[in-house]
Design a protein around this ligand. Structure first.
Ligand code: C2E
Ligand code: MG
Ligand code: MG
Ligand code: MG
Length: 273
């Protein structure tokens, strides 16, 4: 189910949840009350500028603090939330919480600090009840729209309806930046990148993982970086875990890096500390 949602979550399947229909039903039931019971949390992972070594951005990553299972990772519940359309309400919470957090992050790190928020393609289907009203609220909140980056996947650009794409263009018109997440894992079309005026390209962890050993991965990463730069797009490498990966990607001219080498996702307070 994680893969079906177009996100690469293969690292965290819980076999029991896969096997049992009953447990799945239970989880959907729990998910229905999670929002009101305030069981969702945002974690933050730094995104580091490879030229300066400074933290200039963060990605907001959702967690579900389940009363019985403890902290549940997004790949366990985002697909369910998408199927049941509960993602609309979760998405709204996410943006509000994201903006609240961004204000604090900007107080701590400066007003040019940017926050990335993941947006599911399903949220774009239901834009009138979710994304667009939120966008109106945001513009009244005194936050600079350009300090928010929405992360979308290639699936949105490929398969979505006219309506989804026009919602995306609304975001762009409002000044919100767009990052193409997990780049290289889907059916990447370079035409879409140009058409939708993407600001950031995030090279999927899968390619970074095999650096520096795999020549193919190195060639792929370097080509992505060169191509993106020619189109005026900045590149973020995901899943940097070693100094060697950092060095190779820096040499290739990659702009930003995110990964366990710098920090795992942490709470807002830990992040600021
Ligand atoms: P993503 O957007 O590609 O986020 C990056 C994922 O990679 C995060 O997993 C992060 O913890 C993990 N990661 C970062 N650095 C490393 C590293 O060095 N090594 C390894 N092995 N992993 C690393 P997480 O938080 O479990 O999120 C998984 C996916 O769930 C995200 O992938 C995103 O697609 C989705 N997701 C997370 N939060 C949200 C959300 O608020 N809304 C929606 N719609 N989807 C979300
Ligand atoms: Mg992301
Ligand atoms: Mg990603
Ligand atoms: Mg990824």
């Amino acid at each position: 189910a994680a893969k079906e949602s177009g996100r690469n979550c293969y690292h965290c399947f819980t076999p029991s949840m896969q096997e049992s229909v009953v447990q799945r039903m239970q989880l959907i039931h729990d998910l229905h009350i999670a929002l009101e019971a305030q069981q969702f949390l945002l974690y933050f992972q730094p995104i580091v500028c490879l030229k300066t070594g400074k933290i200039q951005k963060a990605e907001a990553l959702i967690r579900w603090n389940h009363p019985l299972h403890g902290v549940v990772l997004p790949c366990e519940f985002i697909p369910l939330a998408e199927e049941t359309r509960l993602i609309t309400g979760i998405g709204e919470w996410l943006f509000n919480e994201g903006c609240r957090s961004l204000k604090k992050l900007q107080q701590a790190f400066g007003s040019d600090f940017e926050l990335s928020i993941n947006v599911s393609p399903v949220q774009f289907l239901d834009s009138k009840s979710g994304l667009l009203p939120w966008l109106e609220k945001l513009t009244g909140q005194g936050l600079n729209a350009s300090s928010i980056v929405i992360e979308i996947t290639e699936g949105l650009l490929m398969t979505s309806s006219e309506e989804s794409l026009s919602t995306l263009l609304h975001f762009r018109d409002a000044g919100i930046q767009v990052a193409l997440d997990d780049f290289g894992t889907g059916y990447s079309s370079l035409a879409y990148i140009q058409q939708y005026d993407i600001d950031y390209l995030k090279i999927d962890r899968e390619f970074v993982r095999q650096i520096p050993e795999s020549t193919d991965s190195r060639v792929l990463c370097e080509s992505i970086i060169v191509m993106a730069h020619r189109l005026g797009i900045k590149v973020i490498a995901e899943g940097i875990e070693t100094k060697a990966q950092e060095r190779v990607l820096t040499e290739m001219g990659c702009d930003y890096a995110q990964g366990y080498l710098y920090s795992k996702p942490v709470t807002l307070n830990e992040f600021i500390k």
